[in-house]
Write a protein that binds this ligand. Structure first.
Ligand SMILES: [Zn+2]
Length: 422
């Protein structure tokens, strides 16, 4: 029956062009009723007042009215069977602080805030009100007409990002060959609002660095001024190193509410130098480890200009110190292949400040293979005392060098390595 098909097709198109259903906004009278029967944010662990005291009797709106079942089709907890009168009545509305109002409507988190939970919050908010009234204290918030209008206007402004079936990569991209990793991206503030949409994946993870040895990308950040979440950190980009060195990992971005971490966007892993495939052996040794004024390694021949400093004089802290080091690794009777050598720098309080790994490449297995390489530290010396440089393989610590960073008037012989005050 061809006739059926002719009629069926336009009907489907019509259905998809119809705007989503939406109920009318909350009335100002309902806003007044809600505020008159609430003390603080409806989230059970949150004591944020509904207005902030700005001093001298001035108060600033610190809350929003959240819909338990969304006002518009496709919105959070939308119930197609709920009549409009019920949708915009106090029974379907709960007053929350700005952060929690945003949180319960987040597309990614909405499953954690089902209708039943928000109804419990609402009941607890009313119970809190009743308790406070019984103590005889003045309770609830009396709104003026202007304040009620402001509450309705700000509460109805959608904070849901309107994107359909998109993947947003906010994490920094890992660097390419020889380059450092990218920093995390940021999602903008006021522009990032709109209606509801389809499934959206927000990928905050930093991307890994690329062969050979580029840094990983930092974790993504979300703009804390946006309609998102109250606090974010910024992911740091991974550090790239000279050829032969492994790329550094990108830093994580942590998003938290108060002390509670709610989201961690891991930074990308730095790529490994060489083939990236490392072997393990316990037959690696370090036969030389020393700082010097200059180190050049050329075809397995090392040239150094002054070295072996045991201390560095700085006039001020923090001081930027750029210090080349010579490291000679010996491998006795190991198989040909690549092995990981890692050099760490610890501050006097024991904190790991810098780390760098490289591929130690053994081409010819032999009785004794001696491989010199140079590594330059570039760091902020913000503490006086003994900084520890250590070299390790994947199985053990191979060598340690302690370097005193001190002020020139300290009673030790003078040094030829100067820190530059910054
Ligand atoms: Zn709250």
């Amino acid at each position: 029956m061809h006739v059926c098909h002719i009629y069926a097709t336009p009907r489907r198109i019509l259905a998809s062009l119809m705007p989503p259903r939406s109920h009318r906004p909350i009335t100002e009278a309902t806003a007044k009723e809600l505020y008159a029967h609430a003390i603080s944010c409806g989230h059970p662990q949150c004591n944020e007042p509904l207005y902030r005291d700005e001093g001298s009797g001035v108060r600033a709106l610190n809350s929003r009215i959240a819909h338990i079942c969304a006002r518009s089709e496709g919105g959070p907890r939308w119930n197609p069977d709920m009549p409009e009168a019920e949708n915009r009545s106090a029974s379907n509305l709960v007053v929350l602080c700005i952060s929690h109002a945003d949180l319960v409507d987040q597309k990614q988190l909405v499953a954690q805030y089902p209708v039943e939970l928000l109804l419990q919050w609402k009941q607890a908010q009313l119970d809190e009100y009743t308790r406070v009234v019984e103590t005889g204290r003045v309770a609830g918030w009396a709104l003026t007409d202007d304040e009620a209008a402001e509450v309705v206007e700000k509460s109805e402004r959608s904070t849901t990002i309107n994107l359909t079936a998109e993947t947003i990569i906010v994490g920094g991209m890992g660097g390419h060959l020889g380059g450092a990793g990218g920093g995390g991206g940021v999602i903008g503030s006021d522009a990032a609002t709109g209606g509801t949409g389809g499934d959206v994946t927000i990928n905050l993870e930093g991307q890994p660095g690329q062969f050979p040895g580029a840094g990983g990308g930092g974790g993504g950040a979300l703009d804390y001024q946006g309609p998102w979440l109250p606090h974010t950190g910024d992911g740091t980009a991974g550090r790239a190193h000279i050829a032969g060195y492994d790329g550094g990992d990108g830093g994580d971005t942590v998003i938290s509410i108060g002390d509670r971490e709610i989201l961690r966007a891991p930074g990308g892993r730095g790529a490994r130098a060489g083939s990236g495939e490392r072997k393990q052996t316990d037959r690696l040794h370090v036969s030389a480890l020393l700082p010097a004024n200059a180190v050049f390694v050329d075809n397995a021949l090392a040239h150094i200009l002054y070295g072996g400093w045991r201390h560095v004089d700085v006039i001020f802290t923090p001081a930027r110190i750029e210090m080349p080091m010579l490291v000679v690794v010996e491998a006795g009777g190991v198989d040909a292949g690549e092995y990981t050598i890692t050099i760490d720098l610890h501050s006097p309080d024991g904190e790991l400040r810098l780390t760098a790994s490289l591929a130690l490449v053994i081409d010819e297995p032999g009785d004794l293979v001696r491989v010199p390489f140079q590594h330059t530290w570039d760091f902020q010396a913000d503490q006086l005392g003994v900084w520890r440089i250590s070299v390790r393989s994947e199985t053990s610590t191979l060598a340690v060098y302690d370097l005193m960073i001190k002020q020139p008037d300290a009673p030790v012989a003078s040094s030829s390595v100067k820190g530059v005050a910054t």
